[in-house]
Write a protein that binds this ligand. Sequence first.
Ligand SMILES: Cc1ncc(C[n+]2csc(CCOP(=O)(O)OP(=O)(O)O)c2C)c(N)n1
Ligand SMILES: [Mg+2]
Length: 164
Amino acid sequence: MFVDEYEELDISPFKICGILNSSFNDKKVHYFTDVGNNQMWAAHSLRLSLGQAIHNSGGLGAMGFGILTAIGISYAINDLVVVITGDGGALLNIQELDIIAREKRSILTIVLNNDSLGMVRVFQEMYFDGRDDSTYWNGYSSSFASIAKAYNIIAFTTTTDVEL
Ligand SMILES: Cc1ncc(C[n+]2csc(CCOP(=O)(O)OP(=O)(O)O)c2C)c(N)n1
Ligand SMILES: [Mg+2]
């Protein structure tokens, strides 16, 4: 069992990973994360079973890694491909959704949108008296689901684990 640090929320990274764990328990899955809190949450709470693996950019910390690496690996394997990325990392290579669409790659991409460059914001809270310069603002002008739909990808936004 893992401890859900955000138990009070209707949806949390821990709940999402819990749903992935139970939905894909007996399936071969390659998970990909980006960089930031999304990477840490996935590492904490994905429980890999036989035939499952998780990939990230490790110490390189290359934001934007998740979606495009998943596309590349999807050509090499026949297993399920699931990306867990942050909003910041997703935006660095959002144009790759066009490759997913036109090459008809079957890739489940989950954007954990906390409207924030979360990991750096946390450092600013810890070491810079909460001066969250450039890491937190009042949300985006667009929605990730709308961007994905513009690329003809099936997409939705959810704020509850029940709906997910
Ligand atoms: C190309 C690049 N730019 C900046 C950073 C520094 N950095 C590390 S984590 C992070 C925040 C990532 O934000 P987001 O993708 O929304 O993930 P979250 O931490 O919110 O889950 C940043 C800016 C980096 N690792 N790589
Ligand atoms: Mg974020």
